[in-house]
Design a protein around this ligand. Structure first.
Ligand code: HEC
Length: 122
């Protein structure tokens, strides 16, 4: 009788552990799915540029916009931005320069790195 009780208890325990483990792995899969959705919703470097920079620098980075001409924005295209060091670009975008607004509070560090990568490819 006692052994039977023990076996039953062990079985109940194992079933519980199994359910617990299954629940955990399901939760993990759920998190992975959420992360995939999040990263696909994350702005592309191009959309960060279009949303924040293009009004002055133009979609092509040449600065041929009304605001660009008014503020005499430098041409970023043709590898001009690519020739500037990453740390200089980072400083300009984060802190601003002359009439160039600072983006350190508006964009996250990751967004700034991302948009700089984009600008360097213009
Ligand atoms: C309100 C207009 C405006 C917006 C918006 C703007 N910029 Fe600028 N940007 C300027 C001006 C003006 C300069 C020139 C600053 C100077 O005289 O040093 C400049 C300079 C720069 C430079 C340095 C180029 C060089 O040759 O010295 C980079 C790089 C740059 N901007 C990138 C960006 C990025 C990236 C964004 C968006 C996150 C952005 N800018 C948004 C106006 C703007």
């Amino acid at each position: 009788m006692k052994t039977k009780l023990k076996i039953t208890l062990i079985l109940i325990f194992l079933a519980g552990a199994g359910f617990w483990l299954a629940g955990r792995s399901e939760a993990k899969t759920g998190t992975a799915a959420v992360n995939t959705v999040k990263s696909s919703l994350r702005e592309s470097p191009r959309s960060i540029f279009l949303n924040n920079c293009a009004r002055c620098h133009g979609a092509d980075g040449k600065g041929d916009t009304a605001l660009g001409r008014q503020n005499e924005v430098p041409d970023l295209s043709g590898g001009r931005a690519a020739r500037m060091s990453a740390s200089r670009l980072n400083r300009i975008v984060t802190k601003g320069a002359e009439k160039m607004p600072a983006f350190g509070k508006k964009l996250t560090k990751a967004q700034i790195t991302s948009v700089i990568g984009y600008v360097r490819g213009l």
